[in-house]
Design a binder for this molecule. Structure first.
Ligand code: T46
Length: 132
């Protein structure tokens, strides 16, 4: 089973002019990017996620602010990550239960390997642990 990992995205530029980082399918992103969505203005008290995907894999980037992410696989192995750097991405494999909290004013962008399909979501934790 694939495990989550951090991807260092090149930081092009310098502090006098600012920076550019790039995400490119099969270059630094290990899949074809089919969909991009972004999450913003999530109150600090809210926990997002609480689901897993059957097929979709993703890379999450925190453009501004800070995200705490807990990922758990069906063997109940848990991985904790902090994203607070726009030149880092978190690869999230399929079949990982995710929980995310966001600091105030955090803006994140997520690169996904599939079109949106609610059928790809597992939103019941017990089903996630037991379904083959
Ligand atoms: C994930 C985490 C990091 C769409 O209509 N299209 C989309 O592409 C997405 C991503 C969502 N939606 C709808 C589905 C729900 O009615 O937006 C609503 C909120 O989605 P959800 O409750 O899944 O949001 P999060 O923040 O819990 O999860 C999202 C992604 O759905 C998920 O794949 O890994 O961000």
């Amino acid at each position: 089973m694939q495990e989550p990992f951090l991807i260092e995205l090149q930081k092009i530029g310098e502090k006098e002019i600012g920076y550019i980082s790039v995400a490119q399918s099969f270059s630094n992103i290990p899949f074809e990017i089919k969909r991009i969505y972004w999450i913003y203005k999530t109150p600090e008290t809210v926990e997002r996620g609480n689901h897993a995907h059957k097929n979709t894999v993703q890379v999450l980037v925190c453009l501004s602010g800070k995200i705490s992410i807990t990922l758990e696989n069906r063997q109940r192995k848990v991985f904790d990550f902090i994203l607070d750097n726009p030149n880092q991405g978190l690869f999230i494999p399929n079949y990982y239960w995710r929980k995310l909290t966001f600091e105030k004013d955090t803006i994140s962008i997520c690169l996904a390997s599939s079109d949106f399909d609610e059928e790809d979501y597992m939103r019941n934790y017990n089903d996630f642990l037991t379904i083959k």
